[in-house]
Design a protein around this ligand. Structure first.
Ligand code: GLU
Length: 304
């Protein structure tokens, strides 16, 4: 049997010695306040045994990781017609690039880059009576944890500086791929990105993606086909323009965020989350990627 705890302990030890910890995302001013020294890792297996090391219970801003959750809720609400408004191809471009959107007539490359996630936010705003409250309740329900909340200071901070997201939303609107007001959709999007969770809470939330759409209490949130689609998108598009490198080094589907979190999983086996706020030049957590590479190398477990 694999001794996950001793592997996580040694990953944490290696992380604490690392001098080059990457750079904190300061384009959202509130995120620039986070201490670069943080590192946490938490793993849950299919039997629901848990293992952790470092600051695995400290909450951080999950940012783009939330895009998987909004996609899941939207797919559950409107089904396959969602794909008429957003494609499923990797972009090979940074998450906030706008050029492809123009080239491809307002259909975002995938739901995990910003324009794609903004279209998903628009769908939720159209479908839900109280979008922010109902989306939060959806996430709390999956995780079975009503302490999960938005960090309103982070949402406000991003609203003040989110110029590129305003540009993306306006471009989508000009192509007819945004039905609601730009301000309303972005207010929802900034709140969604500000969700605050620990590594442990992230693995509880993403448990269903390694467990055929069933959460830890065995309630079904997604069908087998929906899980297949979303996991495929995480594998091919979950790490900005470094999805290839992540598959190459780590070999798991997952999603990262500019708050320094990464969640990844091996279907039917385990779900793991790391947090270290320093990012590499592509926007992925520097130590998080190293940690997950070490995990899959030492356990010899990956989807390949
Ligand atoms: N809220 C962030 C933005 O739109 C999310 C970025 C990310 O984590 O990739 O810029």
């Amino acid at each position: 049997m694999i001794d996950f705890q001793s592997i996580l302990t040694s990953i944490n030890k290696a992380a604490s010695k690392e001098k080059d910890r990457g750079k904190i995302a300061d384009y959202i001013p509130e995120l620039a306040k986070i201490d670069l020294e943080n590192f946490g890792i938490h793993l849950i297996d299919t039997q629901q045994n848990t293992y952790s090391a470092g600051n695995s219970d400290e909450k951080f801003s999950i940012q783009s990781i939330s895009k998987v959750l909004s996609l899941s809720m939207a797919l559950g609400l409107i089904g396959e017609k969602l794909w008429e408004r957003v494609d499923v191809e990797p972009s090979g471009d940074p998450f906030n690039h706008l050029s492809l959107l123009e080239l491809e007539n307002g259909i975002p490359r995938n739901p995990l880059i910003n324009p794609g996630a903004i279209v998903i936010a628009d769908i939720l705003v159209s479908q839900l009576e109280h979008p922010k409250e109902e989306f939060l309740a959806f996430v709390q329900n999956i995780a079975n944890d009503d302490t999960i909340a938005y960090d309103v200071d982070v949402a406000k901070s991003e609203k003040r500086t989110g110029f590129r997201n305003f540009a993306a939303a306006n471009l989508l609107k000009s192509y007819g791929n945004l039905n609601n007001d730009v301000d309303v959709v972005l207010d929802f999007y900034f709140h969604q990105c500000s969700l605050s969770m620990s590594c442990a809470q992230l693995t509880n939330t993403f448990y269903m993606f390694m467990n055929h759409g069933k959460c830890r209490r065995n309630n079904t949130f997604l069908t087998t086909t929906q899980v297949k689609r979303i996991n495929a998108i995480m594998l091919t598009c979950g790490f900005y323009d470094e999805a290839g490198e992540f598959a190459f080094e780590v070999g798991l589907p997952g999603k990262s965020g500019v708050g320094g979190g990464i969640v990844a999983f091996l279907p039917n086996k385990f779900c793991v989350a790391t947090w270290s706020p320093g990012l590499n030049p592509k926007g992925n957590s520097k130590l998080g990627m190293l940690a997950l590479e070490k995990l899959t190398t030492e356990t010899e477990l990956s989807i390949f």
